[in-house]
Ligand binder design. Structure first.
Ligand code: NAP
Length: 311
């Protein structure tokens, strides 16, 4: 039987937090492995443009993720397309380790950093499942080009929705932003750009249903100002209403989360479990790439410090 490979540190997730944790782990002398269920970069791959990551005035999310991966690979072993299914404890005292089970095998590790990120929040309306991939998308960068010259609706009022609306407008879509309140949550800088671009906004509007015939054709919205429902035609609907933590693994392990499901950590990124850390969007708070990287670095450094004390 093949011997199970042993590591000092296993990082779950290869978004900006995980890639940074992996790099810092190896640089601290820890035998480190990064496991990623998809491809490196996480949701940052979907950002049409990033203007607030220091060192780059303007860069596409996918390009930044690729650069981060390239740099991380200089140091750390990364396994993409390998989902972690379970982490269990084995042994006692100083010999207590974790066994990481993936869909392809298992590994033993002394410490783990959970960087499982977030996933798109769903609208939960009629038609959302039916038309997914048939006019409904959660990623303008991925799917926007199919809708050039077409009328699209972007749902949401945060940074992501405004960025997606701007991106779609730039590539030639006829964009309407539909927001449930009378005020955007997006940062003022983005709001100004939206105004400059002349994107149409429907305020106080709640999407009730997405309709179509094989592909998306319209949405039903409730106009809170007028107290009526009407139907607006659209060939594409981009849902951008925030994110939810990917916390199944954390919950399975017994890691404490807050009321919204985000992992609770201290300032050193330690969770309630010994030698288990968390970093990046899955910890909530200020969800920005620069913060995820910082938390990844802190988590790996804490792992190094704790493992030194435990030797
Ligand atoms: P967000 O800030 O949580 O905004 C979500 C938006 O969707 C809000 O406007 C919210 O409305 C609306 N919404 C939520 N649930 C809804 C529902 N069921 N139906 C209709 N509308 C709904 O999410 P985000 O824009 O994805 O941003 C997530 C995080 O990433 C934030 O921390 C953000 O700062 C960060 N981010 C930053 C950038 C950047 O360039 N700096 C870019 C993208 C994301 P209400 O306003 O009424 O609550």
């Amino acid at each position: 039987m093949e011997k199970v490979k042993e590591y000092d540190l296993i990082v779950v997730g290869a978004g900006p937090a995980g890639l940074t944790a992996g790099m810092y782990g190896v640089r601290s002398g820890l035998e480190t492995l990064v496991l990623e269920k998809g491809i490196c970069g996480g949701l940052s791959n979907e950002a049409p443009e990033i203007e607030n990551y220091p060192g780059f005035k303007r860069i596409r999310g996918m390009e930044l993720a690729e650069k981060m991966k390239e740099q991380a690979l200089e140091y750390v072993e990364i396994k993409e397309l390998e989902k972690v299914e379970k982490i269990a404890w084995s042994g006692k005292g100083k010999e207590k380790n974790m066994v990481v089970f993936t869909e392809k095998g298992s590994y033993v590790t002394r410490a783990a950093v959970i960087c499982s990120g977030t996933k798109h929040r769903r609208l939960d309306v009629k038609g959302e499942d039916e038309f997914l991939g048939k006019g409904i998308s959660y990623c303008a960068t991925c799917d926007g080009f199919f809708f050039r010259d077409k009328s699209v609706i972007v749902v949401g009022g945060g940074d992501s929705a405004v960025r997606e609306a701007l991106f779609l407008n730039n590539i030639g879509c006829k964009v309407t932003l539909v927001h449930r309140r009378g005020k955007l949550r997006a940062e003022p800088y983005l709001q100004k750009n939206l105004e400059k671009a002349g994107v149409r906004i429907l305020w106080n509007s709640v999407v009730k249903e997405i309709r179509g015939d094989n592909v998306v054709g319209s949405i039903v919205r409730f106009d809170k100002d007028r107290g009526i429902e009407d139907e607006l035609s659209a060939e594409g609907v981009f849902i951008s209403i925030g994110e939810e933590p990917v916390n199944e693994l954390a919950v399975q392990m017994g890691i404490k989360t807050n009321d919204n499901g985000y992992i609770i950590t201290d300032k050193s990124q330690r969770t309630n479990l010994e030698r288990v850390y968390a970093a990046g969007d899955v910890t909530g708070g200020v969800r920005q790439i620069v913060v995820a990287c910082a938390e990844g670095a802190i988590a790996a450094t804490s792992a190094y410090n704790d493992l030194q004390e435990n030797r």
